[in-house]
Structure formats: C-alpha cells, structure tokens
Write a protein that binds this ligand. Structure first.
Ligand code: NAP
Length: 354
C-alpha cells in the first residue's frame, strides 16, 4: 500500500488489518510518520511492516522493489498492490520537480507508480497461489473523468498530444511541464496524473489480465474532503470544502468508509472485473443520480470512463511513452519480461533535468 501514512491509505490499511487475514506493507516516504500513525490506530504487531518508498525518486522505487523481493515471506505471499499515494498542488503556477526532474504531480502520482506497478507485476505473478485472484489497484479520481460534474470543473484533464510527456516533462511554467506540453496549471497536472492512473490500469488489463489472471482495477473512493491531500489549499477552502461536500454535493465520505471501499476492491469477490473503474452509489458525486437517495452506499458500479479515458489507442501510446520516460527495460515489462513493448516512438532525448 503506497501512501499508507495518512488519509485513505492509512484507513485502508486499518480496514485490511481489521479483517484479520492480511499483513500490510506500508510503503511510505516518511517511515517515522507511518510508524506513529500505526501505533495511534493500534495496529497489532505482526499485522504490518513499514518500508521506505519515495515515489518522486525512481532510484527509491527500484530500491523498494529490491528490498521487498528480499523480504522472502512478504514476497511469497504477495496478493495485492495498491497504488494510492498522490500529491496535489491546486494553487501552483510554477512547477516543482521530482528528484529525476519530472513535474511533481505527474512524477509522483503517475510515473512513480507506473514504474512500481510494472516492476512488481512479475512478483505478483510469481507469488504463491493463496486461492484468490491477485489484484493490482490504482486509486483514481472523479476529477479526471470529464463525463462527470466534478470532472467538468475547469481546468479539465486532457493529455492532448502528450508532447510534454514525450519531451520528458521537465519544462518550465510556459511549456513541457504538463503532459500536453502546454502552460503549467497545478490542478490540471493532478487531474492529468489521475487520468493516466485510470488509463494505465485499462492498458495493463488489456495486455496482461488474460495471461496472468491478475485483476487490474482503479477506483474513486468518494470525496474524502478532510484528508491532508488538500494541505496546499487556502485555510478558507479547507474549512468550507468538507461542509460543501457533506451538505450540498453530498459526495462526502469519511476516511474510514473510503478505506473500507478500497480494501473491499482488493479482497472481495464482487470486484473481479479486470479493467474496471469502480465508483459507489449513494451521495451526489455521480452526476446527481443519487442525490436524493443516500441509502445505498455499499454497492459499487463500473464507472464509464470519459471519451479520452476510454481511448485505448491513446492509453497504449501514454503507456509506451511512460515506459520510456521511467527507463523501464523490455525485460522488466510484462509478467515474463520482454512482453508487450512495441515501441514505435520517435528517438527520445535523455529524460529529466539532471
Ligand atoms: P493524503 O492523506 O495526502 O495521502 C497521500 C499519501 O501519499 C500520503 O501518505 C503521502 O505521504 C503520500 N505521498 C505523497 N507524496 C509522496 C511521495 N513523493 N512518495 C511517496 N508517498 C507520497 O491524501 P488522500 O486524500 O488520502 O489521498 C489518497 C489517494 O486518494 C490519492 O491517490 C488521491 O488522489 C485519492 N483521492 C482522494 C480524494 C479525496 O477526496 N481526498 C478523492 C479522490 C481520490 P505523507 O504522509 O508523507 O505526506
């Protein structure tokens, strides 16, 4: 579980531990913070371990994978990977960068997870068969889906011609720090990263579900309006946003409820449709469909992606460019390596600022 030190990641960890059958590896950038949170929530010794993972540093991602492979017991019983961490810079007008020089929102939320998920797919396939299908889930967002009300709020997600990603996502505020190569806009970078998360899952499922039996999915947990995700917003926004989500849009969910939803997606039999993008009924998020009926909060449905999110030619191109950008070798791609990479991209520059 990435980003297990707070918010959705922490409460999903709790929900998995509460089920009694799971050991959760909390993959976090701040080990001390995660240890403290685990103690505060009373996680029993032996039900979790904490390992360092900085998604804004590709070397750290590779080190994490190496160390995880060394923890023989965890690697042998590995049943699910949850890519949950994210950063959001809603008011940023200047890009910030990861260690490798990528614009940070996409660098952390999409590229770091992209490398992690691709590297760990081979380990997921190799792990013992514990009698349930193995799962790989990436957390998405309604804001990336332009066919929803929240997704219609400008600036909208749009990967454009992906020239910024192709150029290495290391530009300045004027060009090439955004996937579409255009001017940098903080909140759009987050939405674009989430769109890539959803499209990555659809592409991985298309390439490898049949061959591996792994269930690939993404999900939108609901609006958990009071997590630290909104730490870079103004205090006024942070005060009003939860109230608006609770009483006006009715999209609000607690960390605990959202954690239960994500845990369910990686454990329960109703979530075995590979390539699905799960969202929940109840609450007003889904284009007001359930605005007056908040009773059915348990059932999820496979959310229709936006036109761009469902464009599988674009998903394939985004996937191939991302693989080049993070330096994924053909031998690291697919369950057996050398699988599914058919590069037809123009010759690329060395990526990153360093
Ligand atoms: P959060 O509490 O801020 O959790 C984000 C997690 O990501 C934290 O554990 C954070 O670590 C970690 N993280 C950030 N940068 C990282 C990096 N460079 N390397 C490794 N880990 C990093 O926010 P949240 O609301 O729970 O968000 C969790 C997921 O839910 C995200 O994918 C978000 O997009 C999604 N989501 C949230 C909402 C919502 O309403 N909150 C709605 C839809 C989707 P630290 O603890 O060290 O900061």
């Amino acid at each position: 579980m990435t980003g297990a030190s707070s918010g959705l990641g922490l409460y999903t960890t709790k929900s998995l531990i509460d089920r009694g059958d799971y050991h959760v590896v909390m993959a976090v950038r701040n080990v001390a913070k995660a240890e403290k949170a685990a103690k505060e929530l009373g996680f029993p010794t032996g039900s979790y371990s904490v390992m360092e993972l900085e998604l804004g540093d590709l070397k750290s991602v590779r080190n994490f994978v190496k160390k995880f492979r060394g923890t023989t017991k965890r690697a042998k019983t590995f049943q699910a990977l949850i890519c949950n961490a994210a950063v959001y810079f809603p008011n940023a007008v200047e890009p910030t960068y990861t260690v490798d020089g990528f614009e940070e929102s996409v660098g952390v939320t999409h590229l770091g997870h992209f490398l992690l998920a691709n590297l760990l797919l081979q380990d997921l396939v190799k792990a013992d068969d514990m009698g349930i299908d193995k799962r790989l889930c990436v957390v998405g967002s309604v804001t990336a889906n332009t066919n929803t009300l929240a997704g219609q709020v400008p600036p909208r997600a749009n990967l454009g011609d992906m020239s910024g990603l192709l150029a290495g996502l290391d530009g300045d505020r004027n060009e090439n720090a955004m996937i579409d190569g255009d001017r940098f806009i903080g909140p759009k970078a987050y939405k674009d990263a989430k769109l890539c998360n959803i499209m990555t899952i659809k592409e991985m499922s298309d390439r490898w579900h049949e061959e591996t039996g792994v269930t690939f999915s993404s999900m939108y947990p609901g609006c958990i309006a009071d997590t630290p995700l909104f730490r870079n917003h103004t205090p006024t926004f942070r005060f009003l946003f939860p109230l608006i989500q609770k009483y006006i849009t009715k999209g609000y969910v607690t960390m605990s409820e959202a954690g239960g939803r994500l845990a369910s997606v990686v454990c329960d039999p109703q979530y075995t449709t590979s390539g699905a993008y799960w969202a929940w009924k109840g609450g007003g998020d889904q284009l007001w469909d359930n605005y007056w009926d908040n009773s059915n909060r348990e059932s999820a449905f496979d959310n229709k992606p936006s036109k761009e999110g469902g464009d599988m030619l674009k998903a394939k191109k985004m996937f191939d460019i991302s693989a080049e950008v993070v330096g994924l070798k053909p031998s690291e791609m697919g369950p057996k390596g050398g699988n599914g990479v058919k590069m037809s991209l123009p010759k690329m520059p060395a990526f990153g600022r360093n």
